[in-house]
Design a protein around this ligand. Sequence first.
Ligand SMILES: O=C[C@H](O)COP(=O)(O)O
Length: 258
Amino acid sequence: MARNLIVGNWKMNRTASEAPSLVTRLLELVPAQLPVEVVLAPPFTSIPAVAQLLAAANHRLSLGAQNAFWEDRGAYTGEVSVPMLADLGCRYVILGHSERRHLLGEQDEAVNKKVKAVLRHGLFPILCVGETLAERQHGQTEAVIRRQLDAGLDGVAGQELKNLTIAYEPVWAIGTGQAASVEQAAEVHRQIRSVIGAIGGMAAGGAEALRILYGGSVTAHNIGDLLSSREIDGALVGGACLDPEVFAKIINIAAEKS
Ligand SMILES: O=C[C@H](O)COP(=O)(O)O
């Protein structure tokens, strides 16, 4: 498994008719074999179109989703289950994104059920955690991260943690153009590693293999510096992944750093 992981979270952007031009251009710009793992996470409606293009191009890019429900099937209007995503070829599922927590009221308990459902079906959850600006200013960053990890991973067995990726996304850095500094990100990544180490009952350093991504205003200009820190194992990219030229630059810089 490649150490670095770059995930493009399209959020609620691009229709299914618009998706192919973005992906086709990206595939032209990025080599088929990469020393870095790349995941495209389009909206649910574009997943089939993107899956088809990736399969036809025989490219090693993976597919991800931006959310999933915890039950497999049933009367849950508007929800999409993990088996439905697996059936479309999704490998990763982003969970607990701050936009879902803050704009849609998603609670830790729901995030936890989703993490467990994704693991149960053999897919890979990307659990997002991060503090607001007010929480950082009040010195609560570590406590917030610890709460989100403890609650989000409640009941997850130690051996399942190897399939988990964490994305540290300070809310104040998302879509603002003001990314966290490498030092700020690395400090929180160290805290995350220590919390996960404790949850997994690992000895000190045992959580070293855990992949922790940074997200929040990642660009082609700052990805190189971010990945120079050994604490940062990749990026969850929002706005910049919608421009194939920029996203390809990010991927190619990450490949050089791998
Ligand atoms: O999931 C991606 C993050 O929310 C970051 O978004 P951004 O790169 O537009 O700041």
